[in-house]
Design a protein around this ligand. Sequence first.
Ligand SMILES: [Zn+2]
Length: 255
Amino acid sequence: MAAEIRLFPCLTDNFGYLIHDPATKATASIDAPEAAPILRALEREGWTLTDILITHHHHDHVGGVAELKQKFGCRVVAPHDKSTKIADVDLRAAQGDVVKVGSLLARVLETPGHTLDHISYVFDTEKAVFAADTLFSIGCGRVFEGTYPMMWDSLLKLRSLPDDFDLYCGHEYTASNVKFALTIEPDNAALKARAEQVTKLRAEGRPTIPVKLGNEKQANVFLRADEPSVAASVRMKGAGAAEVFGELRERKNKS
Ligand SMILES: [Zn+2]
């Protein structure tokens, strides 16, 4: 029996995610922006929460942990980095660790930059990656705690995953990301196709997630900082990819 994944809105523009293992009935919430929508989703499905897999310490990713932990006594898995305080943690996960959700296996990638503690969860069998605020569709997270080279390395880790993997990110920011990306790559055919798709999905009130990683590799300018054409479009011909990435991120911050 294949794993089941549900996504639903939380807070203003966060995604809530549940991944369920029919074989063992285990269910994990990826982050917990707030408890109420997660509780409603669990009730809708008739699932019981067994695990919370936290990606990073920001409040809009952990705000619901305490209430859920109290209600279900579920296991809380959090990043290895203890420099920031996350309450109720049962297990710390670092690069290469494999976290079990029932019989499902989540491989941990350290993806710092947005925060120093940020990790992503890769479910290889399910071909799904939960990248939270490191990689968005057609965008990436702001670099709050790390450096641009650090964030670029994290994006490269995610980019090295297979094209047919589904990207599940932390926020519904795709429309605004598309608008910015078109200022850098107005002639990118994959980006233009994604732009049309996103306009349609948003008009229908539907989420733009998940999206295939292969699509993102072609259309997401932040994954393309090592393309000579992208360097040229920001007048940085010959510059290193991390530098070009930094320039793209700065421009997005100001957009
Ligand atoms: Zn964040």
